[in-house]
Design a binder for this molecule. Structure first.
Ligand code: MSP
Length: 542
């Protein structure tokens, strides 16, 4: 029997990103969260499918391409290549990347349109509405903000009248409400759930799903004058790569999705429109829509006009991908808004990465080299502090799993770092340099060195969903590459103490996170140098 057939599956998606604007650190935040969850699930033994992609149709793109003097596909190709490059640099482990301009997706959207049309849930009507071009959203009068503008971006809306196809969403409102009420986990966090319940209770209108005023979209299969309008096209992406049209077995394995991770402003589309579409297709509904908060920069929402858009590529150049990932996941509680600041990033790198984990590794490897010629000895009998370290490690792994299953990423990181701190303290408490002076009881020092190597083995595995580049580096420095390739390691292997093979030779030690000078330190240094120079100049004059 093939074991993998019995593994639990886990299907996670990010939104598909618009190629209209440059990707910023906010997009990287969303994708990094999804990646860490996907990596954790793989570590915990799930069969994971992780999807991200790009949402390439719509009037905005058509206009931008015309302004740039290129065709829409030329325009999006270039930008999407930039997305893919960024995800590679950030070590995003997506299993597929869906582009809504791909044939496989366009066919699927047309098929969905046909099925819902044949059922009688799509009809041709006339749309008179208030349209926000930047958000590609129609709004009703009562949804506008206090100035009569778009409730999302607060820009002016335009009145539009045109023939359009409509999806009978109103028909499914009661069933979606019932689903939300019967499945408390469906919309997370709970504040978003309450908002959605109120939204549906105000009454759902049928959804306009086609446009005739531009043609950069998927043609309506029964009427060539229309293209399918953005959300109907975009949401269907979640069905494309998991075999909806061509691989029933694969499809049954991954659908319904376990988690649609989205920004808080698009929870509504995912938890109301999407379920209505799926109900019209007689399909089961996703298990969870999780709305994460926004990343703001120095307290302000990123925008081109404010000039505070943080480019993730430049940050990766300067600090490396893992430091950025660590910062985003550690600093912000999923579901709440969070702040990005360069200062805070450098402080975290210095304290948590260079200092805590960096020092634990450096101190351990130096002592194994100095006292035991690079060979990690077998542990002798554990004393009280050794036993407490072991108990702490086992509790950390158990709590880690619980916290990760609940998607409390920041809390999980905090408890891993509490363990790393505990291991550093263990060095101070057990004073190996004192034990080394008096080797009458050699086993004592052996035990301390073994416990430290094992603590690092456990830590390398625990941090791997967050810092996928750092973990294999620690693994390699611990000399574990020949024992097992890091990519094959599972969470089960650190659940009980003692997995580090005794008498194993460590690898080559090298710093994993060099300390970074803060801007304040740089300024202080420059000031000191200037003072010195002035002093010398004065001396010369005398
Ligand atoms: N194309 C649609 C999604 C369709 S999904 C079927 C879209 N694209 S987007 O590019 O505008 O946004 C994609 C995601 O990026 C959203 O979830 C959004 O919340 C997220 N973010 C954009 N700016 C962000 C921050 N500043 N902070 C965190 N996430 C941010 O919407």
């Amino acid at each position: 029997m093939n074991l993998s057939e019995n593994r639990k599956s886990f299907y996670i998606t990010t939104p598909i990103y618009y190629p209209s604007a440059k990707l910023h650190i906010g997009h990287a935040y969303c994708t990094t969260i999804a990646d860490s969850i996907a990596r954790f699930k793989r570590l915990a033994g799930y069969d994971v499918f992780f999807l991200t992609g790009s949402d390439e149709h719509g009037q905005k793109i058509q206009t931008a391409a015309a302004e740039a003097g290129v065709t829409p596909i030329e325009y999006v190709d270039r930008i999407v290549a930039g997305f893919q490059n960024l995800w590679e640099r950030l070590n995003i482990s997506n299993d597929d990347f869906i582009r809504t301009t791909e044939d496989r997706h366009m066919k699927l959207v047309q098929e969905i349109f046909r099925r819902i049309y044949d059922k009688g849930d799509i009809y041709l009507g006339e749309y008179k509405g208030l349209y926000c071009t930047p958000c590609e959203s129609y709004w009703t009068e009562h949804q506008l903000d206090e100035n009569g503008c778009c409730p999302d971006c607060h820009r002016a809306v335009q009145e539009v009248t045109e023939k359009a196809y409509f999806f009978k969403m109103s028909k499914y409102a009661d069933r979606v409400l019932e689903y939300i009420e019967n499945n408390p986990d469906f919309i997370q966090p709970v504040a978003r759930r309450n908002e959605m319940i109120n939204f549906i209770k105000q009454g759902l209108e049928d959804l306009c799903i086609s446009r005739t005023s531009f043609d950069w979209g998927i043609p309506v299969p029964i009427d060539g004058k229309h293209v399918i309008y953005v959300w109907f096209d975009a949401l269907s992406n979640y069905l494309t790569p998991i075999g909806f049209m061509d691989d029933q077995e694969k499809f049954n394995k991954y659908w319904p999705a376990d988690m649609h991770l989205v920004g808080k402003e698009i929870v509504r589309f995912h938890s109301i429109i999407w379920p209505c579409m799926l109900l019209a297709l007689d399909m089961p509904l996703p298990k969870m829509v999780y709305g994460h908060g926004w990343l703001v920069v120095d307290g302000d929402k990123m925008s081109k006009s404010k000039g505070n858009v943080v480019d993730p590529n430049l940050l990766i150049d300067e600090f490396g991908a893992d430091a950025i990932r660590y910062f985003l996941l550690r600093e912000i509680n999923l579901g709440q808004d969070g702040n990005f600041s360069r200062d805070a990033l450098i402080k975290r790198i210095n304290s948590d990465l260079a200092n805590d984990i960096g020092n634990l590794l450096h101190r351990t490897l130096s002592m194994v080299t100095k006292y035991r010629d690079g060979i990690v000895p077998a542990a002798g009998e554990q004393d009280e502090i050794g036993r407490s370290l072991i108990a702490d490690a086992e509790k950390t792994v158990a709590d880690y799993e619980k916290n990760m299953e609940a998607y409390s990423l920041s809390d999980t990181i905090k408890l891993v770092w509490a363990f790393i701190g505990r291991a550093n303290k263990y060095i101070d408490e057990s004073q190996p340099w004192v034990l080394a002076k008096d080797e009458t009881d050699k086993a004592k020092l052996d035990t301390v060195l073994y416990n430290l190597a094992e603590s690092l083995r456990v830590s390398a595995v625990l941090i791997s969903p967050f810092m996928p580049q750092t973990s294999p580096r620690i693994w390699s420095q611990l000399g574990l590459d020949g024992v097992k390739a890091f990519a094959d390691v599972q969470l089960d292997e650190i659940k009980s103490w003692g997995g580090y093979p005794a008498d194993n030779h460590i690898g080559t030690a090298e710093p994993i996170f060099p300390r970074i000078e803060t801007d304040e330190e740089k300024a202080a240094k420059a000031e000191k140098a200037a003072r010195k120079q002035a002093k010398q100049a004065k001396k010369k004059q005398q």
